[in-house]
Structure formats: structure tokens, C-alpha cells
Write a protein that binds this ligand. Structure first.
Ligand code: ADP
Ligand code: MG
Length: 413
């Protein structure tokens, strides 16, 4: 038991049928029916292997999103192929979630077998739109099709989908109402790392917040400054621009237009209040990078041209941030410092990630684009921890109890 949740150690799984919900949601290349990244599958494979090695019949449940949200969900066939390679044994793919075919396949399993059911989001009850519109309680989720059809065939439910722990959906929160339940090894590890980061980080602890998901960035900034877990928050990306603008420093008209075009004007006032509450702990960029006539240019706020578009932090800011990172004991990064997808505006992000690779601090990176940046600059192996779940991580850092954590705690009681 950890954090009031059962671990796999609490159960003897040999000969038992275990429903294991994982998060293997990855970008798909439809033309070749393959996955563009297998990071999340690699991350949850150890739990599946452990259960199988201990003689459980492992029924894997997973979702796969798509480029167009709420439409055209993709099947989990490519995931089964990758999983077979990782586990070194055939993982049978079942083209069904909870209908007769799926149930028949589960009944025919032998000890140690692993099967992967099709995309759980083919069930409408499992879709995010359904979740947000209907807000089913966990008891109600236990009465949905997928739970009532599959739970009677299983002895144990294991959730290893930390990346989806902020979702309130039947395959994540419903089974805990009717089956003994535990968290998987990846869930345990991710939960442990971020709990420590929030409760007792080695000091000084520096948060580097950038990117363009402004609501998340500001909630997180406020939480970690208030709780004291962050000694310093180094800002960049769109978040940095909004703070600079809020404090009356010039960032260029194009940057301001972008803030309004994104409907982020409400954050300007929030940014001002936040900065005035913590002027010594929120660090603003001292110079900015952009592109003019196909070349990189940099300006300090007092000489920014009228119609400038700030899409990166400048060299002096980079130097200052890298210095803070080098001296820190804990560094958490969410959101790139600039539009790193373009070589002319990647400097900030590139050098910050390189500094992460070199610092002696414990480093944690979360968020989809930040993880991509870590890969791009080849520092993933040098990081203390790369969180597979952006949304879950951020909600945890804002102090909310995650729905799946709540459900797993309920099961443990
Ligand atoms: P993460 O996925 O790591 O949580 P976000 O999704 O919040 O990060 O932000 C990533 C995106 O932010 C990137 O696509 C990047 O191009 C963009 N970005 C970074 N800085 C700026 C900026 N100054 N202006 C506009 N977009 C930016
Ligand atoms: Mg992102």
C-alpha cells in the first residue's frame, strides 16, 4: 500500500484474470499503420510483463486518440505488435472491447497470456465528450456497458494509466467500484516522483514554465509559488510574453495581437497580480528572440521594434536561466521557451534542455511538446524523470485529487 492505494504486491495474481488499463495513446501514421512513437508502450510494458511472468491472464485495456478530437479513433492493432516485441511473446489483438468476441477471448486465456482489447473509446461511454457532458459518478460508471460486461470475468483491476489519471471515465474509475484494484508499477513510480516534487523537493527548486497552454501554466505557477515548492519560476514562451506585457514591458505588437487572437487577454491581469505577489521568485525574460527577413534577431525590452513577434527568449535570458539550472537541486520543466519547431527560434529551448542534461539537479520534464523537445535535443536519457502524462501531472501539481487516484483509494478502503 502506498499513498492509500494498493500496489500489485498486495495480490497473488497467479492464475487470476487481471484487467490492466494502460495509456498507450501515441501519434499514429495511418498510411503505414504504425506508431510514430512507442514511448508510452515501453513505459507500461514492465507492469504487463510482471503480471504475465507471475502467471496472470492479462487483459489489456487502452485508448487511442486521433488527430481530430472525438472522431476517427484508431484501433489498437499497431500497439499489439509493439507490445509483442517488447514482451517477447505474442500479444493477441482482439478486435472488440466488451462484446461476445472480447469475452470469448478472455475466457479462453491461459495463465501468462496477454491480450489487448480494441480501443476502449469505441464505446461512447468512454469518450471525453460523454465524460464532460454527463459527469457520471464512479458508482454510475460501474454500471456502464464496458464495466458490467468485463468485470464479472476478472479477479483484479490494475490501473497503470497515470497519463490518463485526470480522466473520469469507466475503464479508469468504474472497475474500482466492483473489483479489488491496484495501481501498476508505472503509476506507482510517476505518482511517487511527482508527490516528492510537490511535497519535499531538494532545494533550491526551480520551475521552468513556458509553452502555450496558458491556463495550465498560470494555475501551476500560482500553486507552486504559494506552496513553497518552487523557489524560482523561470518564465518563457507565451507565458513569459504575457507576464512581460502585463508588467508594461514592450514585446511587440504582433506578440500582443497573438495573445488576443488566442483569447488569453484574461490572463494579462492574472499575470500582473501573480507577478506583484512574487516579484522576487518569478523571473521574466530580459531579452527576446524573433525572426526578421529570414534571420534570427534579438532585442532587450527597451528596444523591441513596434511590430515585433517574440517567439523565443534571448541569449542573455538563456545564460541567466542556464545558470539557475546549474545551481539548482531540483528542476521541473513544462513548456518550451519558444517556437522550437523552427531552427531560428529554437535556441532558448535547445540550450535550456542541454543545461538540463548537464546539471547535477534532479530533473523532471512533463508535457507532450516538452518531452518531444527533450528527445530532439537528445537529453531524455540524462533526465531524472520524464512524465508520460502532461494533463495528469499538471492537475496533480495544481493540488487536485485525480479521479483515478480517488477511485483507487476507494477500492483500497
Ligand atoms: P507542453 O506540451 O510541453 O505542455 P505546450 O503545449 O504548452 O507545451 O506548448 C508548446 C507549444 O508552444 C509549442 O508548439 C511552441 O511552438 C509554442 N510556443 C512556445 N513559445 C511560444 C511563443 N512565444 N509564442 C507562440 N507559441 C509558442
Ligand atoms: Mg503541448
Amino acid at each position: 500500500m502506498r499513498f492509500g492505494i494498493n500496489t500489485i504486491d498486495e495480490f497473488d495474481v497467479a492464475g487470476k484474470t487481471v484487467l490492466c488499463r494502460v495509456d498507450m495513446n501515441q501519434p499514429v501514421d495511418r498510411a503505414t499503420d504504425t506508431l510514430k512513437s512507442t514511448q508510452r508502450i515501453e513505459a507500461c510494458a514492465p507492469t504487463l510483463k510482471e503480471l504475465s511472468d507471475k502467471g496472470a491472464k492479462v487483459v489489456v485495456l487502452a485508448h487511442q486518440g486521433s488527430d481530430i478530437e472525438y472522431q476517427n479513433f484508431y484501433c489498437t492493432r499497431p500497439h499489439a505488435k509493439v507490445l509483442s516485441t517488447l514482451l517477447g511473446k505474442e500479444v493477441k489483438w482482439v478486435e472488440d472491447v466488451c462484446g461476445p468476441t472480447a469475452r470469448e477471448a478472455i475466457r479462453n486465456m491461459k495463465d501468462g497470456d496477454v491480450i489487448l482489447l480494441d480501443n476502449v473509446r469505441f464505446c461512447s461511454e468512454e469518450q471525453t465528450l460523454f465524460e464532460l457532458k454527463l459527469k457520471l459518478s464512479h458508482e454510475e460508471q460501474a454500471k456502464t456497458q464496458v464495466v458490467t460486461k468485463l468485470a464479472p470475468l476478472a479477479d483484479l483491476y490494475v490501473c497503470d494509466a497515470f497519463a490518463a489519471a485526470h480522466r473520469d471515465q469507466p475503464t479508469l474509475c468504474g472497475f474500482e467500484q466492483v473489483l479489488p484494484s491496484a495501481m501498476g508499477r508505472l503509476f506507482e513510480k510517476e505518482y511517487c516522483v511527482i508527490s516528492e516534487l510537490m511535497e519535499d523537493p531538494a532545494k533550491p527548486c526551480v520551475f521552468v514554465l513556458g509553452g502555450s497552454k496558458i491556463s495550465d501554466a498560470f494555475i501551476m505557477m500560482e500553486t507552486v509559488l504559494k506552496s513553497g515548492s518552487a523557489d524560482l519560476v523561470l518564465t518563457g514562451g507565451l507565458a513569459g510574453n504575457i507576464l512581460l506585457h502585463a508588467m508594461g514591458r514592450p514585446i511587440g505588437q504582433k506578440s500582443i495581437d497573438f495573445i488576443y487572437a488566442k483569447n488569453y487577454e484574461e490572463y494579462i491581469e492574472k499575470a500582473r497580480v501573480l507577478y506583484e505577489a512574487y516579484p522576487d521568485r518569478i523571473v521574466l525574460p530580459v531579452d527576446l528572440g524573433g525572426v526578421e527577413d529570414g534571420k534570427r534577431v534579438e532585442y532587450t525590452p527597451d528596444n523591441v521594434p513596434e511590430d515585433f513577434s517574440a517567439i523565443d527568449i534571448g541569449s542573455e535570458t538563456i545564460r541567466m536561466y542556464c545558470d539557475h539550472i546549474a545551481k539548482a537541486k531540483t528542476v521541473f520543466v513544462n513548456g518550451p521557451m519558444g517556437v522550437f519547431e523552427d531552427t531560428l527560434s529554437e535556441d532558448g529551448t535547445k540550450k535550456i534542455f542541454e543545461a538540463l542534461g548537464e546539471t547535477g539537479a534532479y530533473t523532471v520534464v512533463g508535457g507532450g511538446d516538452s518531452v518531444t523537445a527533450a528527445k530532439k535535443y537528445k537529453v531524455t536519457d540524462k533526465l531524472g524523470y520524464v512524465c508520460t502524462g502532461g494533463g495528469a501531472l499538471i492537475r496533480f501539481l495544481t493540488g487536485e485529487e485525480l479521479p483515478v487516484v480517488k477511485a483507487l483509494r476507494h477500492a483500497a478502503r
